[in-house]
Every structure is written in C-alpha cells, then in structure tokens.
Design a binder for this molecule. Sequence first.
Ligand SMILES: [Zn+2]
Length: 642
Amino acid sequence: MYELTARQVNISDSFWSPRLTVNAEQAIFHQWKQLEVTHCIDNFRITAGEKDGFREGFFFADSDAYKWLDAASRIHALHADPELAFLMDSFVSLLARAQMPDGYIFTYNQIHFPNQRWVNLQVEHELYCHGHLIEAGVSHYEATGRRDLLDLCIKAANLLVHDFLDASNDKTCGHEEIEIALIRLYRVTGKEDYLELARQFVERRGRTPLYGIHWWFQRNNFIKRNAYVNQLRQDYLAKNPEHKSFHLPGDNYTRKPPFSKLRQRINTLYGFYAQQHAPIRRQITPVGHSVRFGYLETAIAMLCREKPDDSLLLAMEQAWERMVTRRMYITGGLGAAPEIEGFGKDFDLDPEYAYAETCASLASLFWNWEMALLTKKAQYSELFEWQLYNATNVGMGQNGATYLYNNPLAVHAGVTRKEWFACPCCPSNLSRTFADLGKYIYSFDENNLWIHQFISSETTVDMGVPVKIEIDSELPWNGKVSIHIKPEAQNEFKIHIRIPSWNSSNQSQTEMTAFGYDPRKANYETISRVWSPGGETLEFNLDASIKLCHSHPKVKGYIGKVAVTRGPLVYCLESVDNPNVDIFTVRLAPSSLRDEFVPDLLGGCVVVHGKTIDDKPLKFIPYFLWANRGASQMTVWVNISS
Ligand SMILES: [Zn+2]
C-alpha cells in the first residue's frame, strides 16, 4: 500500500482548513517566540560559543526546538512563507555551528559535561533528542529538497551507527523516538545501517538482565549530574547576578491517586514505565508512559512495513485490542495514571485523574496510521479519526497560541490553556501533525484505493492511469459526504471507504469496551467496478445523530452516568455555558436532547441542548472546544435520570 505526502493532497475543508491556517500563521510563530523567550534556542548559541549565559530548560529541551523545525518544515512545504523560511534557515545554520565535528549534538552535555556522552541513556533522553533532530532533517529535506540539514543529520546518524550498531542490550534510549527517526532517514537515504540500528534498538528492549538495578544506577547517576548542574548554576548566578533564569507560570494541576510515588517507583523498577519489562514480542499489553509506548509501537509497525514479521504484528494487534477495550478514555485519551504519565490497570479510568497527554494521542495517531497501511483493516483509521477530533484536537486552543498538555475528562479547577509549559513537548508535536493531515486521508496500490478520512480535499493518484479523487464532506457537524472519482482513462479498480463505527449501521452492542466506543465496529465498504473517465460521484449519508455512551460495569465511578457523542465528536458540559447548575451533580433527562448549529460560538459549532430532570437548560459543546473562554469547570460524564 502506498501513502501520499501532505503536499500531494489539497485540503479545502470548512472545519480543518481554518484550523490549518491558524497552525501555519499563528501557532508556529507563537512557538518560536516561546522557544526564544525560554532560552531554548540560546542553549544552541551558548554551545556554538556565540553567547554567554547559562543553559535553561530540561536536559531534553533540544528536542522541542527540533520538533519546531520539523513542524516549520512541514508547514513550509504547504505554505511557503519568507518569514518562516528565514527563521528555519538561521536555526539550521546555528545547528551546524553547534554540532561537534564528529556529528554529536546535545547541548546539555556539550555545555555542562563536555567530556561525557551516552552515559545516561535511560533517563536523559540523549538519543531521543538526536531522533527529533533527524526527523526534522528528513522533513526539511522533503519540504525544501535542500541537503544542508539532512547532511548534518546524516553525520549525527553515522555517529550513532558507529557507537551503537551491534552494541549491548542496555544500549537503548529510555524514551523511544530515535527508532522512528532512523527508519525515516533510511527511507530517504536508502542506507541499510539506519534501518538495522532502528531494528536493534527495538529488539534490545526488555533484554537487559536485572533492568531495575541498571535503572537504579542510571537514576542515581542522573541525580548526581543534576546536582552538579545546579551547583554550576549557583556559581554562575553568584558571578552574574544580572542573569535571571526564565520562570514559566505553573503548569496545570494534575489530580493524582493515593500512593502515586510508590506506584511510580514500582512501575519504573520493573521496567514497565519505559517498555523495558519484556522483549517486544511478549509486550501484548499497553503499559508505562503512554507517549513512549505509542512511539515504540509506531516504530515496530514501521519495521513490519519494511519487512513483514507475523510475531511482531500479532503482539501489536493484541496490545491495540487491550488498549481500545480496557485502557482508553471515551475521548480516545491514553494514560490514566498521572504519576507515570501512562497507562493504569484494566478499567482503571478515573475521569479526573486522566492524564491523557496530547502527545500520547499523537503517538497513537502515528501508530494507527502505520497499522492501517500494514493490515488494511478499517479499525485503525477509525481510531485515528476519533482521537484526531477529540483527544488530539483539544490540545490546541482556537487562537493557536494556547495549549493543553494533560487532558482530564472532569475538571473542578486548576486546568486552563497555557501559552507554554516547562516541558513544551505537545505544541510543536501538534503543529507538525496538523501540517501533515493531508497524508492521512488516502492510500492506494495498483488495484485499490482507500478512503480513510472524510476531509474535504482533492488529490491525484497513479493507478496505472492518473485518477483524480475529490472528497466533499460536511463532517464533523453533518454526515453528508460525496466522493468524486475521475480516472484519466477507463480503469478497473476497487475503492474501500471506511464506514465509521459511529454510523447507525454499525451500532451492534459490544460488551467489552470500557465506554461503548468500539473502533472494531468500523468496516470498509468496497466498490469494485470499471470507472469511466467521465467521472462518478458516490454519495454517503452517515448518521451523525446524538448518541449516549454508557460505561462498562467494571469501570469504577461511572454508574448512572452517560457521555454525549455526535458523529465523531465527544461532548462536554462546561460551566461557562451552564452558569445556573452544578455540572457535576445535575441529572440529564435524555429525551430532551436536540442539536443546533451555532455559527457565532467558538468559530461555529453544533451545540447539543438538553434539560435537567427539573427542566433547567443544559448546553453541551464539543470536548475539543472546552477551555477557550477562560478558567472554568468541565465534565464529559453527566448523571442521568434513571
Ligand atoms: Zn507532550
């Protein structure tokens, strides 16, 4: 199965196009400004010897700058902008000056520990940072055709091949990412060593004997190195009292369950946290940090596309099934255990503890796309859609300059959109994914065309003859979709159109998902015929009516509650819309629900109106739109009259 690049697909969608414009014209510039204000870019200037100062940010802060460059490249490929090009060019040349002659680049060590490298792979994200650099280099090359950044990345990757190919099993990164990057670099360069190193990094996981002891030593080493850096900071401030470290306003509040510290320690020592508890073929349950898990699965799926491997595919399919049936929120959010930013036990899905980091849903999108291509099963594009509209889209505010990092499903207080975070991993990850949206709509081979997403767009694919495809979709607000197919000459092929799980034809009850949303109910409608060059239009009226979701009896805390969904969207009550009721205690009269498109609310959206059992009005908005009007309370789950 072949995929397209975002550049080959022209999106003209009344829902997504304005969002992508905000991404390209606001978000990406806002993010650069924040990287400058927080001294993330200065770290490279200090490394290059062009600026005095003290390094700021986490040890992995370089990755945020690289992810910005990745996003900027993908945006630039679609909307060339001279101001953005200038920022990219100057940052690329700065990177060339900061990189060491042998290809190494990691400002934390270069500034504080110039004679040390690869000493703390499990905690300090050194390979993770190199991974995001390499991904940026590949995106930059694909966007511009230029080799300057790509060559810099090849130099870094060659160093990794030299230092890590055929190394021992403890030589893996605690935070997966380098594996994806090396496979992408292999795909543009054809150099087998990169693919082989990615494969080795993946296969090494869970094979370090007594991993807990290894991790404990790494942790203590990290604490020692961190203390040394803090001492350096004190010394620097004593000599340079005018230097003020930048301090961000506090991050969002995360409500944590009891014994969090202990649970975190156990999870880490047993290796679950970083997917080091078992070799990958035995990893059939989603565990640990949910972003790391998603990146690992993405890399495994990418490897399977390069070289089929049934045992790996089976392990991934089992992990996916366990995730969607027992370890995922109704929004598609992943991560119920805030102390590890990751998965809890089966059906352990408290709405207020929900961490559901934006990056975790992004990682799941990457994985599900690879699985869709690998297996040709509709369930993966289905989950992609659900997570895109809900768990992912909620991450960026309407203005492109405010973000959510953790995404609980019930908020009493303490969670608002922020301009930036101490760990700003999500904003640029969102931007690079939004810029790539066109890539995820279609795929094809010689005899088949797949429509994965109903996003208004057009493209031309080569199926022996050029075939022009146009989608005209009213999603997510209405279910009307038309697909126009026009081959340049008469041609026979099959079209597979994903019929979503939320369409009424797919509403058979399943008992085994936590919240009633079951991506396994999606299927492809296949149309096989000779298509004529005059063009043909296929019409679909998907049922995007209001539905109520109930939880599985094993999920604690949801008895007597429902979630409102409509088409691919999950809805919520936000206190700003419901000033006269307590949204956490009201009882909804389910027969009262009706919908209305409100053009002047939050950019235009379908609102769901309802009534309480004592006839007070309730107003539900799409979950992804909450927190755009200042601090407020929110709940997805609402009590129902019995
Ligand atoms: Zn993140």
